[in-house]
Ligand binder design. Structure first.
Ligand code: XMP
Length: 519
């Protein structure tokens, strides 16, 4: 299934919803030609929404040949208007804009059971976001729905396999949205629902085996979900041809190293080399409080450590007469789409975020997650039997706890922060808030002290900041309204159990203006 991207932030959402309907989808730019589409041999096409007006000079359009390939097409919002105007219908600014939840009336007689609106109530609420409207459907199309201000809110020409809706079925606020997509996919276009994480594993294992053959492979594990799943897939494909490197820089959270070294290794069987660089990082960070300087030092030391470990493994492999040729990367589909539109190899971010890889090493990359979204990666991790602590892990910055201590990073402060962070994570999980919270940095204000009274005596301790945020993509975020009783339990436990902390405060700033991390 191809999703033609007309520049809306909705294209990725559409691609995900299509996959939720068990149909594999890929995003392509609107500049794609009919010949290029034909070469991909898609089973169906969805045209996404977009911010433009079809009649504006330079507005993105579609190669008209795409609508003549005989491949079923459904237009959404702008995609619907492009289809209407290119096939001879009329799109105009009616003056009636619709944004947000809108009531729509379906023509249930023409809708019929096989239609994209089949089996749906005649009146329903949908999510709209448009200033232009289709005022006349092209010849051959039946109008399937209308709203009080949009005379053509959905149409179909089943004989040509062409369909469209003005609203956004991919948005959860459209009550029957997913059903519209599934009707298009399964009923109108007849595409079977046969894509799932299980067959992704089988396909990827075969692809990795074909790419790597007998070659040796190396992978840096961060402790996060992407590299863990990527390495597990490669290991399933080529076994001990893969060696993983894990750098313990001492800025990890409680139990993370053990989870990788014991639980992950036990569940996958990968060969793991852990580099204990705790001393090295602490020494390099001595006396440094400036956030930017800390980040630079941590980045530099990480690259240095990783390169040394890599060089040792390369030398060992070369001595065996069997050099390492491949490097595993946990690049995800959104990185690919955002950097190169998913079409070519130019500008692909993954080539820049190779962890500590000198440019002249010329490894060939193995990227088994390149076509997947994060939630799919987690599903595959579970299917592969990886530990839940790793599979469901929330985002954690590369510089780790080093940028969650405001002030100099020392061993004692790290220990203190690790204890507080473990309490917060345990209590938030216990309260069932993991799904709602994108991540919750726990920050130690090491340069701030305040007076407290603990155990009948005066204390002069440090505050711990809780920064729970809800977000879709970390670009913007809102502070999560964690229930007071959960906050009370966290505060109580931290001040009782973590020596040196006599105050717990809550960060109630959205992003912007505040970033998620404090440094
Ligand atoms: P900010 O603080 O910029 O964070 O709002 C946005 C997201 O990025 C994560 N983050 C990092 N991730 N290396 C990383 O791998 C970093 O240096 C880094 N700094 C911030 C942060 O945890 C949040 O998810």
């Amino acid at each position: 299934m191809l999703v033609v991207d007309f520049g809306a932030q909705y294209a990725q959402l559409i691609a995900r919803r299509v996959r939720e309907a068990s149909v594999y989808s890929e995003i392509v730019p609107h500049s794609i030609t009919a010949a290029e589409v034909a070469a991909k041999n898609p089973v169906g096409i969805v045209l996404s929404g977009g911010p433009s007006s079809v009649y504006e000079e330079g507005a993105p359009s579609l190669d008209p040949g795409i609508l003549e390939l005989g491949v079923p097409v459904m237009g959404i919002c702008y995609g619907f208007q492009v289809m209407a105007s290119q096939l001879g219908g009329e799109v105009a600014k009616t003056g009636a804009r619709e944004y947000g939840s809108t009531d729509v009336a379906l023509d249930t007689v023409t809708a019929g059971d096989d239609s994209i609106l089949g089996g749906q109530p005649a009146g329903q609420t949908v999510w709209m976001s448009h200033g232009d409207s289709v005022v006349r459907a092209p010849e051959g199309f039946e109008v399937l729905a209308r709203t009080s201000s949009t005379p053509v809110a959905a149409f179909a020409d089943p004989s040509r396999g062409l369909y469209g809706v003005q609203w956004h079925p991919e948005v959860k606020h459209s009550t029957y949205g997913q059903q519209v997509l599934e009707n298009f996919l399964h009923r109108a276009a007849g595409i079977p629902a046969d894509w799932n994480p299980g067959n992704v594993i089988a396909d990827q294992v075969a692809a990795i085996q074909a790419q790597v053959g007998e070659g040796k492979v190396i992978c840096g594990l961060s402790g996060g979900v992407d590299s863990a799943v990527a390495a597990a897939l490669v290991h399933k494909a080529v076994g001990d041809q893969l060696v993983c490197i894990f750098v313990d820089h001492g800025l990890l959270r409680q139990d993370e190293r053990r989870q990788v070294e014991e639980d992950y290794v036990k569940s996958t069987g990968v060969r793991l080399v852990t580099i204990d660089a705790r001393e090295q990082f602490l020494t390099a960070l001595e006396g440094v409080s400036d956030p930017e300087q800390k980040r630079k030092i941590i980045g530099r030391e990480f690259i240095r450590t990783f390169e040394q470990a890599q060089a040792a493994l390369i030398a060992e492999a070369e001595a065996d007469g069997d050099p390492i040729k491949y490097l595993v990367q946990g690049t995800l589909y959104p990185d690919v789409v955002e950097s190169g539109g998913g079409t070519g190899t130019a500008n692909i971010k993954s080539h820049h975020n190779v962890g500590g890889l000198p440019e002249d090493l010329q490894f060939e990359l193995v990227e088994p997650l390149r076509t997947l979204f994060k939630d799919e990666v987690r599903a595959i991790g579970r299917e592969l039997g990886l530990p839940e602590e790793i599979v469901s892990r929330q985002p954690f910055p590369g510089p780790g706890l080093g940028i969650r201590i405001v002030g100099e990073v020392t061993f004692e402060r790290l220990e203190l922060l690790r204890s507080a962070d473990a309490i917060v994570r345990a209590e938030l999980s216990e309260a069932g808030l993991d799904g709602e919270i994108w991540q919750c940095p726990v920050v130690l204000l090491a340069d701030v002290r305040s007076v407290g009274v603990q155990g009948d005596g005066r204390t002069y301790g440090h505050p711990i900041v809780l920064r729970p945020v809800s977000s879709e993509d970390a670009m913007t975020a809102d502070w999560t309204r964690v229930p007071f009783e959960v906050l009370a339990r966290i505060s109580n436990r931290i001040t009782n159990e973590v020596a040196g902390v006599n105050r717990v405060v809550l960060d109630v700033t959205s992003k912007p203006p505040g970033t998620i991390e404090w440094e």
